[in-house]
Design a protein around this ligand. Structure first.
Ligand code: ARG
Length: 722
């Protein structure tokens, strides 16, 4: 019997070899799809322990943290670990120039010291159900816009059927395989979340944007939170009387260490991939979309950074927004390079040619690629314009807010306008204005507006410019080939707009008038670009989108049909739903003659250290203890050093940040926080040799909390595996 099983294992794993460590697997299908391969790689847990519908299992310790990250429960009192860059906004919000926790770090020594993280919530996954048949039945025979609209309605209705606002239960249906499968994920949201601990920014963001998306990496990218419930253990809004949550499951933490090749798996919420992107899509990304985005973000970041450097308060004000813009600026820059380097365009062409051969003579599928080509050709001339709108014109915070005043304009000019509509629109705008002003830095924003206006003029096809817009600028402010003209124009806007002037704004609120609004230079600017885009290009984009989605759905339907055995072992693209990835801790060779070890150590932190540097400074107490090699029980005996971070072959992407990295027994060994530069094309094409996930070692996390932070209260809460 044993021997028989053994041979079965071998043949199955042989079949699966082609998967390498690619795959973001749905937890409910792990047992069927890949369990035997996981065991072969080293897993020591049962199917039931990985995921169970009836009993508590690992999945119950995994949360959606905030809007786009993952976190994990690590104690029986609702303690949460996530990344520093996931807690960043909450940490910055809790900070002031007097109590600068972002800069100086913070550890609560008892629960009374924990700081409410306003606006941060966590969500636990309650259940997953397949509703494919029901949805596809209701879409039968429909295509194009009709299908898209019906689908949106059906999903909305089902979402509300599975949701229950009184219990904070929210259902979200995820469309998988581009609309060929639908699963409903039901979550419960917990809104009382508190900041428990964070290292100094110099540790939590060590290496900054220079090291971002790269290995070797020496960042202590972690922060600590806690989720609270009411006295009955139910989800509740913040209340001082609330108690720490008693979770269904929490992760033990291993400080035993590991070696190159050991099993590693990651649970979490990968945000989005497009592994079936077409050659046309790859082309457009490389040629237009990515370079335009990178150029515009480059410019915005430059102006923001200039002001952040000068003033601690501005730094706190802009830090979180800056980090977000910078993160994907570097991502898209790297993605373009890797797509070109690995010739992903021709990889896709090859796959598409195989599909076309199979589709030949099959009416439903045979025209997919010619139709796709046309759809892209029709949209391509306007694509740069669209990126300029989203990343440029409305990348200015002032203009983003000004564009929202379109709602006020509509309320004011609509025929038979109702006073209540105007009142509501004005109230909403005043509230939004307060939020906008909190984070507004006028100097950087004015520079951004001036530069974007110039770049739009230079880069976007003249026939697409808002009519008369540039002529009007030049008639007042000077020649359009002179940079000064745009600087003067932006200065004029910032000096005169009522949005930045409380007195004028209050006068407008007291007596709202369409003409006053329309003559405001900031509103007029935002409106010129917005209306031009809305009137001439939005419909084209929608048309393209609907066609692209429709063809994507057919393409995937065909792929699933082509080989039904293989189809059963396919994983769907990431959709910010819970997935599991399994693989190994693994060193690699990024290029000829270069070897990258599987861990980074404290010695490397000290090598990178630069006193007073914006990205590579370190706190005194770290330097002191590190030089003495005072690593206590957290030392790695093999390396005789403190391990800072490590790399694994797991398949993850943005959204997975903060995800637990588990060993073969399901113990926490680290937190995933990044991907490597060599595999930045991973959203579109997984590279089985070079793809790595970068993880902060949990022993470094505990050393920071314990030795630097003196928060033994937190260490005592954990279930340590030694
Ligand atoms: N690249 C990381 C991710 O997307 C975020 C790293 C944050 N650090 C930084 N220096 N921006 O998950």
């Amino acid at each position: 019997m044993k021997k028989f099983l053994f041979t079965v294992f071998i043949s199955v794993s042989f079949l699966l070899k082609s998967f390498a460590d690619e795959g973001m697997w749905l937890p409910l299908l792990l047992g069927q799809q890949v369990y035997s391969d996981m065991v072969k790689k080293g897993l020591k847990l049962s199917k039931e322990q990985l995921y169970s519908i009836n009993k508590a299992s690992i999945k119950d310790a995994i949360v959606i943290f905030g809007g786009g990250c993952t976190g994990e429960i690590v104690s029986n009192q609702g303690l949460i670990f996530t990344n520093h860059h996931c807690g960043y906004d909450a940490i910055a919000n809790a900070s002031s120039v007097e109590h600068n926790y972002l800069r100086d770090g913070f550890y609560a020594k008892n629960k009374g010291e924990e700081i409410p993280a306003k606006g941060v919530s966590v969500q636990f996954l309650l259940s997953i159900q397949d509703v494919t048949t029901q949805i596809l039945d209701s879409l039968k025979g429909l295509s194009g816009i009709e299908r898209a609209q019906r689908q949106a309605r059906v999903l909305m209705n089902l979402n509300s059927k599975y949701s229950d606002a009184t219990q904070n239960i929210e259902a979200r249906i995820s469309s998988l395989f581009k609309g060929n499968q639908f699963l409903v994920f039901v979550y419960q949201r917990y809104k009382d979340v508190r900041l428990v601990g964070t290292p100094t920014e110099s540790i939590g963001k060590f290496g900054g944007d220079t090291d971002n998306w790269e290995w070797p990496r020496h960042t202590g990218d972690f922060s600590v939170f806690r989720v609270y419930t009411n006295k009955e253990g139910k989800t509740a809004d913040y209340d001082a009387e609330n108690i720490p949550m008693v979770p269904k499951w929490f992760l033990p933490v291993s400080i035993k260490g590991f070696k190159d090749g050991d099993y590693a798996m990651i649970y979490g919420y990968p945000g989005g991939t497009n592994r079936y992107e077409t050659s046309f899509g790859v082309n457009q990304k490389i040629d237009i979309d990515n370079p335009t985005l990178v150029k515009l973000r480059d410019m915005r970041l430059k102006y923001m950074f200039e002001e952040m450097k000068k003033d601690e308060a501005v730094k706190l004000q802009l830090a979180s927004s800056y980090a977000g813009i910078a993160n994907y600026w570097k991502f898209f820059e790297g993605e373009t390079k890797q797509l070109i380097k690995y010739d992903v365009f021709n990889q896709k062409k090859k796959v598409e040619a195989e599909f076309a051969t199979w589709a030949n003579g099959k009416k439903e599928y045979e025209t997919i690629f010619p139709e796709w080509k046309t759809a892209y050709e029709n949209w391509r001339p306007f694509s740069k314009h669209r990126v300029f709108i989203t990343e440029g014109v409305f990348g200015s915070p002032l203009m983003a807010f000004a564009s929202s005043l379109q709602q006020v304009e509509i309320a004011l000019v609509q025929p038979g306008k109702k006073p209540s509509d105007v009142k509501n629109a004005i109230e909403a705008a005043s509230k939004a204005r307060e939020e906008f002003l909190k984070n507004e830095n006028k100097i950087s924003d004015q520079n951004i507006v001036g530069d974007v206006t110039k770049l739009f003029y230079q880069d976007v096809e003249k026939s697409q410019h808002p009519i008369d817009f540039y002529r009007a600028i030049s008639s007042v402010h000077g020649e359009l080939n002179d940079e000064q003209t745009f600087k003067k124009y932006a200065a004029f806007i910032f000096k005169n707009t009522f949005i930045l002037d409380d007195e004028k704004w209050n006068a407008f609120v007291a007596n709202p008038d369409a003409i006053v609004l329309q003559n405001d230079p900031a509103f007029a600017h935002a409106s010129a670009f917005l209306v031009n885009y809305q009137n001439k290009y939005v419909a084209k984009f929608q048309q393209f989108n609907i066609k692209n989605n429709e063809l994507g759905r057919l393409y995937l339907k065909g792929i699933l049909e082509m080989d039904s055995v293989k189809a059963k072992k396919m994983y769907p693209d990431a959709t910010f739903t819970m997935r599991v990835s399994y693989g190994n801790v693994k060193s690699y060779r990024p290029r000829d003659a270069v070897f990258y070890d599987y861990v980074c150590t404290m010695s490397g932190v000290l090598q990178k250290y630069k006193a007073k540097d914006y990205e590579f400074d370190l706190p005194e107490n770290l330097l002191e203890l590190a030089k003495k090699k005072d690593f206590g029980q957290y030392i790695d005996k093999q390396k005789n050093d403190l391990v800072i971070s490590f790399i694994t072959t797991n398949d993850i992407t943005g959204g997975n940040s903060g995800s637990p990295v588990l060993d073969a027994q399901g113990n926490l060994i680290g937190l995933a926080f990044d991907g490597n530069y060599e595999a930045l094309s991973h959203k579109i094409a997984f590279d089985k040799d070079l793809n790595r996930t970068i993880c902060v070692d949990v022993r470094y996390v505990l050393w920071c909390i314990d030795k630097l932070g003196g928060a033994s209260n937190l260490i005592n809460e954990l279930k340590l595996v030694k």
